[in-house]
Design a protein around this ligand. Structure first.
Ligand code: HEC
Length: 201
């Protein structure tokens, strides 16, 4: 090796640095993976357990975090008027999620930001102002999912959702999934979302 060379210009030094940086990043990646798993697990602070569908879910602007955060009321507001156990709620929400996956709703919609941009993001569809009034929302959602071409609400896009031959039972499971998803603390995503007005219950 040339003795006049400065230490940081040696090839050896950069080879070692590359190995150390890669190793360090690998450790950080493992740490972040575990950290993320904690935060996205059902039943954690940000992702409520499935029985949250028994409660009223609303939104409140958090001045500290500077966006809307989900508020889960203490009061019961069971979906379709029937309070479910944790297992029953999990079964229904999971059924809904599988229908959404099986019917490939993501082909047009985004869910938690993933999917296509043809139709509205469904993360907070449960809380959409377009349902008008909380009292009629469940029925309006069933009607819409079963016959979207006849029951189109104005979601602002001017586009139409096709009829996907969804049965009433399937619609109910999808709505359970959408209600559960709307309770997730998504750090304000999607931004500028207008939530349905919260009547006193
Ligand atoms: C071919 C594209 C397409 C597919 C596939 C599709 N949708 Fe839609 N969906 C739309 C469009 C377009 C709208 C907006 C309709 C309107 O404005 O009347 C919409 C609206 C909605 C809304 C109302 C959104 C809101 O903001 O409240 C819900 C809920 C919904 N779709 C659920 C679903 C589910 C569940 C599936 C899968 C079973 C699905 N969609 C599959 C195109 C699609």
């Amino acid at each position: 090796m040339n003795k006049n060379k400065i230490w940081w210009s040696s090839e050896q030094f950069w080879k070692k640095t590359a190995i150390w940086v890669t190793a360090l990043m690998f450790v950080i990646l493992i740490f972040l993976s575990f950290d993320t798993i904690n935060k996205i697990t059902v039943g954690s602070n940000r992702v409520p357990s499935y029985s949250v569908i028994n409660k009223q879910i609303s939104y409140k602007f958090d001045t500290k975090r500077n966006f809307q955060v989900p508020v889960i009321s203490e009061q019961d507001s069971p979906l379709f008027g029937k309070k479910l156990t944790e297992e029953q709620a999990e079964k229904l929400v999971t059924h809904g999620k599988k229908i959404v996956q099986g019917r490939n709703c993501m082909n047009c919609h985004t869910l938690l930001g993933n999917g296509a941009y043809y139709a509205p993001d469904l993360t907070k569809a449960w809380l959409d102002k377009a349902w008008g009034d909380e009292k009629y929302r469940e029925q309006l959602m069933i009607n819409f999912l079963m016959e979207p071409e006849k029951n189109a609400r104005t979601f602002g896009s001017g586009r139409k959702m096709p009829n996907l031959n969804i049965s009433k039972q399937e619609a109910q499971a999808i709505i359970a999934f959408l209600k559960w998803m709307s309770s997730i603390d998504t750090n304000g995503f999607p931004y500028n979302f207008n939530a349905i007005s919260q009547g006193e219950k």
